[in-house]
Design a protein around this ligand. Structure first.
Ligand SMILES: Cc1cc2nc3c(=O)[nH]c(=O)nc-3n(C[C@H](O)[C@H](O)[C@H](O)COP(=O)(O)O)c2cc1C
Length: 229
């Protein structure tokens, strides 16, 4: 099975979020059935969508000749797509959003009601594709922070096909002194990846551990404020 990972952090190296994503992938790889490809989106040449809709009239070819052509091929060949990125202003970083907008050639102009909302009808069969979002953020709590991004992800890829992992306090993954709490958390992420590889889902127990803060939010706030004062 092909797994495509979009690393949506703009950091050239040392993404907080990719610590978690790599642990998740380690867990998946223990099953030995995945061919994993990681794309560092920030290093790709991806122009903004021009909104011309030519792709909708010509069978799905974008007028812009850049790295998106290769990326659309990768998307079409993938069974699982992992979107790994930091939360930026309650959403995704702009360069990753540019990539999402440029997936427009994958659907037709025709629209249909799906559940309670409308979607463009896809030119391809994505019914078996699975989508995982792994999103880190800098605030100590996910409450009133991840909701818009989580809703957007599920609207784009379908609630049933989406697995959404959101983790506050993520800058700790790059702090050596925090290893006593980050290392056990990365083990939980590895377990989550293993469970996903075996069952296509994460167990309730592991979800409970993912959603437990590494350190209490008041202490994280104090520490963050003392470092950044
Ligand atoms: C432009 C910008 C916007 C951000 N917006 C949020 C936000 O809305 N909520 C939040 O908790 N953290 C926010 N952060 C913090 C990042 O999500 C956090 O530092 C994250 O750990 C970075 O992950 P990365 O190293 O994988 O890029 C923001 C950071 C930047 C630079």
């Amino acid at each position: 099975m092909k797994v495509l990972v979009f690393n949506g952090s703009p950091k050239r190296k040392g993404s907080d979020t990719m610590h978690m994503t790599r642990a998740f992938l380690d867990g998946m790889e223990s099953e030995n059935k995945f061919d994993i490809r990681i794309i560092d989106v920030i290093g790709k040449n991806i122009e903004f969508c021009r909104g011309c809709f030519v792709c909708k009239r010509n069978g799905g070819t974008c007028v812009i000749k850049d790295d998106m052509r290769e990326i659309l091929d990768e998307i079409l060949q993938s069974d699982i797509i992992i979107w790994s990125f930091p939360l930026y202003c309650y959403g995704m970083p702009a360069h990753l959003k540019a990539l999402v907008d440029r997936t427009m050639p994958l659907s037709s102009m025709a629209m249909a009601k799906v559940g309670e909302h409308y979607e463009h009808i896809s030119e391809h069969d994505f019914s078996k594709t699975r989508y995982i979002m792994i999103c880190g953020c800098g605030f100590p709590s996910g409450k009133n922070n991840f909701e818009a991004m989580t809703a957007q992800f599920k609207l784009m890829f379908g609630e049933e096909r989406s697995t959404v992992i959101t983790v506050p306090e993520s800058p700790m993954f790059n702090v050596k002194e925090a290893e006593p709490v980050t290392k056990p958390f990365l083990e939980i992420m590895k377990e989550a990846g293993h469970e996903y590889a075996v069952n296509g889902e994460i167990s309730a127990d592991t979800w409970g551990r993912i959603n437990t803060p590494m350190i209490p939010e008041e202490i994280y706030t104090q520490l963050a404020n003392s470092v950044n004062a």
